[in-house]
Design a protein around this ligand. Structure first.
Ligand SMILES: Nc1ncnc2c1ncn2[C@@H]1O[C@H](COP(=O)(O)OP(=O)(O)OP(=O)(O)O)[C@@H](O)[C@H]1O
Ligand SMILES: [Mg+2]
Length: 280
């Protein structure tokens, strides 16, 4: 009897392990799909600019117009190179290793990928960065997290809105905070505990830009942050917006192990007139 039970338990554990691996693979594919659709759109936009200025330069023979066209083409080509470099970097670097990473550059590169998309949906992006030391992270994975948070925020503001992204230094805890905040629809208090569950989504499949709707984005975020000994916190107020605060260890010292409770959810009660997170 006892041996049978042990065998059953071992069997179940094996099945759980296999399913976990499949889930991790599905999460990676979702992130990759998101990146591919974002960069393809962006690349196409850049190409359109190059084509239009090339045509203009061919039509107008005067030196002034041609100079202008060349400099526009040059700027666009530079932009295209940055976009492909970001994707190539992500594809090449499959290691799960942590290394000192410049989060300001990482955030700027990621925002560049989404610049046109944010314009198209009339989202104003406000950046504010404090002086921060390098973070001990896996850049690829943090970029995947960020893409999902930014796209989630964009999708919560279908009629346009404002998105704040902040990098804050927390020298006391040797952590760096990354805050992504929107003034979209917010998340109902009873749904908030569910958003990190795999396959939990309130979207009806991908939107017009081919994004969202699998329900794997935030579960991936949580797994990645757990692996980084970081933390994620969400504050949301219906009708006011949502703020995700992520904490990553500073690189100068070995990553400090935090208590295993990595996830905290807070719901401001009766905070209808308050922004979802402190403005600091
Ligand atoms: N900034 C936000 N504002 C409002 N609701 C949000 C926000 N971020 C997440 N949510 C809610 O949490 C759910 C889960 O988000 P998650 O990123 O895990 O999945 P998804 O965006 O639906 O699909 P995908 O797997 O493509 O990311 C969303 O469907 C949405 O209901
Ligand atoms: Mg998402």
């Amino acid at each position: 009897m006892a041996t049978n039970r042990i065998k059953d338990e071992q069997n179940l554990q094996q099945q759980i392990d296999v399913l976990k691996q499949r889930l991790a693979q599905a999460q990676r594919l979702t992130a990759l799909g998101e990146l591919v659709s974002t960069t393809t759109h962006e690349f196409n936009n850049v190409l359109m600019t190059v084509l239009n200025y090339a045509k203009m330069g061919m039509r107008h023979k005067d030196a002034k117009t041609r100079d202008k066209c060349f400099s526009k083409i040059y700027a666009s080509a530079n932009r295209a190179a940055t976009i492909t470099n970001t994707v190539l970097g992500m594809a090449r670097n499959r290691s799960a290793g942590l290394e000192p990473t410049d989060l300001v550059k990482l955030v700027d590169d990621t925002l560049l990928l989404l610049e046109r998309e944010m314009n198209k949906y009339r989202i104003v992006v406000e950046k504010s960065y404090q002086q921060i030391p390098p973070a001990m992270v896996n850049g690829n994975q943090i970029q995947q997290i960020l893409l999902n948070l930014l796209i989630n925020a964009r999708q919560s503001m279908p009629g346009g809105g404002r998105l704040w992204i902040k990098l804050l230094n927390d020298p006391e805890n040797k952590m760096i905070d990354m805050v992504v905040r929107d003034n979209g629809g917010g998340i109902p208090a009873d749904k908030l505990p569910r958003i990190f569950e795999s396959f939990y989504t309130t979207k009806n499949g991908p939107d017009a830009s081919g994004k969202g709707g699998t329900g794997l984005g935030l579960s991936m975020c949580r797994d990645i942050i757990e692996a980084h000994h970081g933390r994620i916190r969400v504050d949301s107020t219906i009708g006011k917006g949502t703020a995700f605060t992520l904490k990553f260890p500073v690189a100068s010292k070995p990553a400090r192990k935090l208590p295993s409770a990595v996830l905290s959810i807070s719901m401001p009660v009766g905070a209808a007139s308050q922004p979802p997170v402190g403005s600091g």
